[in-house]
Design a protein around this ligand. Structure first.
Ligand SMILES: NC(=O)c1ccc[n+]([C@@H]2O[C@H](COP(=O)([O-])OP(=O)(O)OC[C@H]3O[C@@H](n4cnc5c(N)ncnc54)[C@H](OP(=O)(O)O)[C@@H]3O)[C@@H](O)[C@H]2O)c1
Length: 293
């Protein structure tokens, strides 16, 4: 594939995306706010390094964005060195960050005003899922624009779902993550409950994994839950908190009662306050163990 891809944001997910695309022979240019992080990805994968989001966008036909939150995407899109300033006519920006749907709409307008196309394209699945090319992409925007980005997204994803118009991808992502974070909380509680009652941790986990609830999340989180001391963070608790804040705000605007999400948000806030914010989301279980002792 000769289409050049820019990856703006080489955090956990962006770095994995750049690595997966390079492994498939796709030309990639990377940019990250902390330059050393992008330089390490470039050295490891053979991607080119851009000095700004603007330069990365200028180099590419498809721009993938993977940034932490609304403030991060705002910073990367706007200003003299922002990606919008570097867009060429027809460049497609597929933003995989989990952000407020209103932010996705606003930044999409900026991209279209500059002659580009924009998709809110958040993803379901974590780092190992990217590495296997098995993400689910939840895209909002114009179907024809999505078709232009598909050859790139198909390298990263087992499924690319066109959810609806601009903002629909960002919206459904928050709904999906409400379920993921509820499952994470329930799994943590069940595991610590079983342990506290004398059942071996790995045995308990394997029973959950073999039961009716043993879907993909439970399967790929085994190492993180069973051997937390040796697990690296795939998705931090601080980002879980961000997701739940966005979900609660969306629910508030729609007048939808989401009591479970409120409880889960409080549990994550307590874990972050206890120092677990930069740990993997499975550290909810570690926090529960700490509360017991
Ligand atoms: N990890 C997962 O399993 C997963 C799964 C699905 C979706 N997501 C979503 O994907 C996105 C990236 O997640 P991640 O786990 O890769 O996060 P991460 O490892 O924490 O990386 C965050 C990225 O955002 C950048 N950033 C943060 N604040 C910024 C700012 N103010 N200005 C510019 N750049 C800023 C960081 O740059 P620096 O290096 O300079 O800090 C880094 O590139 C998030 O929206 C997350 O919710 C993650």
């Amino acid at each position: 594939m000769s289409v050049r891809v820019a990856v703006v944001g080489t955090g956990r997910m962006g770095a994995a995306m750049a690595g997966r695309l390079r492994a498939q022979g796709v030309p990639v240019t990377v940019f990250n706010r902390t330059a050393e992080r992008a330089a390490a990805v470039a050295a490891r994968t053979g991607a080119d390094l851009a000095p700004s989001a603007r330069a990365a966008a200028t180099a590419a036909e498809v721009v993938l964005v993977s940034l932490a939150d609304d403030a991060a995407v705002e910073a990367a899109y706007t200003g003299d060195d922002g990606l919008v300033a570097g867009l060429r006519a027809g460049t497609v920006v597929a933003d995989t960050s989990t952000v407020d749907p209103r932010t996705a709409l606003r930044l999409g307008d900026l991209v279209r005003d500059a002659g580009g196309a924009h998709l809110d394209a958040p993803v379901s699945g974590s780092v190992p899922v990217v590495e296997r090319g098995e993400l689910t992409v939840l895209a909002g925007g114009d179907a024809a624009d999505l078709d232009r980005a598909r050859p790139v997204l198909d390298r990263l994803a087992a499924r690319v779902v066109h959810v609806g118009p601009a903002g629909a991808g960002a919206t459904i992502k928050l709904a999906v993550n409400g379920i993921v974070h509820a499952l994470n909380q329930a799994l943590s509680e069940a595991l610590v409950l079983a342990e506290a009652s004398g059942v071996d941790r790995a045995t308990a986990y394997d029973v959950f994994a073999a039961s009716v609830v043993g879907g993909p999340f439970v399967q790929y989180k085994r190492a993180a839950f069973v051997d937390p001391e040796n697990a690296s963070a795939a998705f931090t608790l601080d980002l879980v908190g961000k997701d739940l804040d966005l979900l609660l705000a969306l629910a508030g605007r729609g007048g939808v009662p989401v009591r479970q999400a409120e409880v889960n948000r409080a549990a994550v806030a307590a874990a972050s306050a206890a120092g677990f914010g930069d740990r993997d989301m499975s550290a909810v279980a570690a926090h529960l163990r700490q509360l017991r002792s």
